[in-house]
Design a binder for this molecule. Structure first.
Ligand code: GDP
Length: 715
């Protein structure tokens, strides 16, 4: 079976936006225009296709990054039926809310390009900057779409200026609007020097005409600028241009395409998704300027067996390599595992190798999600995105490959969860269902963790923020019908040590019959960062926050008791030493001990190890750690003093103050514990005119006096 679409006509892209900028509406229009959807669903009616889940509809935000496939023939193609002229779009949904930036980061890994949507009244907003930065980090080529030009107060000029000023000087306008606010009717394309209007109920008919008289001068001026900005990227064109020979529109497009793919230019388009203006031209631009998988460098990975570096090109002839980037429960087919194929092909019903777990799995069915249906596919090819049904052990960020050509692609890095809460099932029945529900949800979302408190038997869930947990609890109640009592959100504190120590743990019991005997000696210190040039020694197990070194010589502790020692230490670590929070970044060296031929047992060594750990930790300067958040507050100037004063009172460190348009922007680092409910405080301090964003920055030691209170409250 051959591929149904040439790879150069495939576009894997995402739509990235600040919440409320209009991402859902833009996606809606795209699905409508690409013909896979037959009516336009308005967001407020809760009919959109990308927002599958109920609570997303209620909140009007998109949480999950599902991939949707659709097809597009450029408005300029005369023969729309000719399949060779069609492009296949795999649109990867990305959420706008800060608590879900992990989803944005995750999707950046698998998309090849993005359309960034802006609100034409507000211009660049704080979240747009965060997302832009993530896209920069991942080198994702971008187009900009300034939306909502029909709104009162909309300004293409101001929004465009805010992009240049706050995001990138490499942005360049491709269009100018025809009319604003109530009079917004279309756009002028500066390359072609034509006006475009969108007729029909849903703007489905794109018409081309001469530029309105009053815009001709403006259009000429901006075209001049655009052409200069394009020819800069091609020496030959630049020379010709300087000699007065302007390249053709086709030549300009081809130079621009290269520059966009190289992240040298960000073309800016405009319109109004709600009023059906301009979206089709953005889709044309996706085809013209965003890369196909062929335009990108090959992916890199390592051979899990030899550690050798490998590359894979986007070709069907290479060995199969894919990245699982999203697990999603689907009401019709069960669990879907979305994956991006980097090289090779995969057939439904065949086996693949998961190099992260080292296991083989059978792919049942392969589906592609379209706006209104699930299309079953027999085979997926290099560069494509699809979802597999039937994978059992595959999680987000696992590499899938063929067994005879194993490879591990660089894993997606997820931030640590910083907020947690206690959750208690209402009845026995709920208890069972809750366990299952939480497992499913944490399988889907790597930033959502579930842990148990052994002493109280309570369950603790942790995530990226208050809203993140609220939504997950909501899903648990709704999708899995679990009744539960939910505690207040709490800071996810941690514990660590600043010093080093040694201790012996001895557990001996002699009560008639067979006794118990375990004896271990350990050294403990803060874990050092890994030297990248050094291989991890055979006798060391090392994870993100824990290192265990087995230095037992001459069998003073028999081999079979080493694993129980490590287990006892891990368990003691998870219980903490000061206030019951998990301990991190500790290195334990097991260097001596003794055993008894008859009385020694796994359990005795586990207990002895845990005793040694507690004793050592107590004497190694244990401290509490708390998450410190990076926040950005935007307020009108008159509130500046109050806000900075208030933040300083919250143990905050002000890092910067700058002007942005009419407002002041304050950046600061503040402990998370001081930030609960801050949006409400901010609103009341600024007459509702302040806004803020917050993201996790790092963990830091809690000051002594604050720590004492936390410890006392946990006793
Ligand atoms: P998202 O949060 O980025 O997905 O944004 P939505 O698509 O849900 O849009 C947020 C709100 O803005 C909704 O009430 C939309 O109807 C509205 N909206 C979206 N696009 C436009 C537009 O072009 N013009 C106007 N006036 N409103 C829009």
């Amino acid at each position: 079976m051959n591929r149904d679409y040439p790879l150069e006509r495939v576009r894997n892209f995402g739509i990235i936006a600040h919440i409320d900028a209009g991402k859902t509406t833009v996606s809606e229009r795209i699905l409508f225009y690409t013909g896979s959807q037959h009516k336009i669903g308005e967001v407020h009616e809760g009919e959109t296709t990308t927002d599958w889940m109920e609570q997303e509809r209620e909140r009007g935000i998109t949480i999950t990054a599902a991939a949707i496939t659709c097809f597009w023939t450029q408005s300029t193609e005369p023969d729309k039926k000719d399949i060779a002229k069609k492009a296949r779009f795999n649109i990867i949904d990305t959420p706008g809310h800060i608590d879900f930036t992990v989803e944005v980061k995750r999707s950046m890994r698998v998309l090849d390009g993005a359309v960034v949507v802006f609100d034409g009244v507000a211009g660049v907003e704080p979240q747009s900057e965060t997302n832009w930065r993530y896209a920069d980090e991942a080198n994702v080529p971008r187009l900009c779409f300034i939306n909502k030009l029909d709104r009162t107060g909309a300004s293409f000029e101001n929004s465009y200026a805010s992009i240049l000023e706050r995001l990138s000087k490499k942005a360049v306008r491709m269009q100018i609007p025809i009319g604003l606010e109530g009079a917004h009717e279309g756009v002028v394309d500066l390359l072609k020097m034509k006006a475009y209007h969108f007729e029909g109920d849903k703007g489905e008919k794109v018409t081309e005409s001469e530029i309105p008289e009053n815009l001709v001068e403006d259009a000429k001026k901006h075209r001049h600028e655009l052409v200069e900005r394009i020819v800069e990227h091609d020496d030959a064109a630049m020379h010709a241009y300087l000699e007065g020979k302007e390249p053709s529109v086709e030549e300009l497009k081809s130079i621009l395409r290269k520059a966009v793919i190289a992240n040298q230019v960000f073309p800016v388009f405009t319109g109004s998704a709600l009023k059906n203006k301009g979206v089709q031209l953005v889709l044309d631009a996706v085809v013209d300027y965003l890369p196909s998988p062929l335009d990108l460098p090959p992916v890199k990975g390592i051979n899990p067996k030899t550690g050798e570096e490998l590359v894979r090109y986007a070709s069907d002839d290479e060995p199969f390599t894919a990245l699982a980037f999203k697990l999603q429960a689907d009401p019709f087919v069960g669990q879907l595992t979305f994956f991006r194929v980097y090289s090779g092909t995969l057939e439904a019903g065949s086996y693949l190798y998961n190099s992260a777990t080292g296991t083989k799995e059978r792919v049942g069915r392969i589906v592609r999600l379209q706006a209104d249906k699930r299309e079953e596919v027999k085979k997926v090819f290099a560069g494509e995105i699809a979802a597999a049904v039937g994978l059992k052990d595959t999680r987000t960020s696992h590499t899938l490959c063929s067994e005879d050509a194993p490879i591990i692609l660089e894993a997606i890095k997820f931030p640590e969860p910083v907020v947690s809460l206690r959750i208690e099932p209402k009845t026995k029945v709920d208890q069972e269902k809750m366990g299952m529900a939480l497992k499913k949800l944490s399988d889907e979302d790597p930033t959502f963790r579930v842990t148990g408190d052994e002493e109280t038997g309570e369950t603790i869930i942790s995530g990226m923020g208050e809203l993140h947990l609220e939504i997950l609890v909501d899903r648990m109640k709704r999708e899995f019908t679990v009744e539960a009592n939910v505690g207040k959100p709490q800071v996810a504190y941690r514990e660590t040590i600043l010093g080093s120590s040694e201790a012996q743990g001895k557990y001996i019991k002699q009560t008639g019959g067979r006794g118990q005997y375990g004896d271990v000696r350990i050294r403990m210190k803060k874990m050092e960062p890994l030297d990248p040039d050094k291989k991890i020694a055979k006798n060391v197990t090392r994870e993100d926050h824990f290192e265990f070194i087995n230095n037992i010589k001459g069998g003073v502790i028999p081999q079979e008791f080493i694993a129980p020692v490590e287990k006892g230490i891990r368990e003691a670590m998870s219980r903490g030493i000061l206030a019951g929070f998990p301990m991190v970044d500790i290195s334990v060296d097991l260097y001596d001990g003794s055993y008894h031929d008859v009385d020694s047992s796994e359990i005795a060594f586990k207990i002895a190890a845990s005793m040694a750990f507690q004793d050592a930790a107590n004497r190694a300067k244990p401290v509490l750690l708390e998450p410190i958040m990076k926040i950005e507050v935007v307020v009108p100037e008159q509130f500046m003093g109050d806000i900075t004063g208030n933040l300083s009172g919250k143990r905050g460190a002000i890092e910067g103050m700058e002007e942005r348009g009419q407002s002041k922007v304050i950046t600061a680092k503040v402990p998370l514990s001081e930030m609960f409910g801050y949006t409400t405080t901010l609103r009341s301090m600024t007459e509702g005119r302040g806004s803020m964003t917050m993201e996790f920055d790092h963990y830091d030691v809690v000051p002594q006096n604050v720590a004492a209170d936390i410890i006392a409250s946990r006793k």
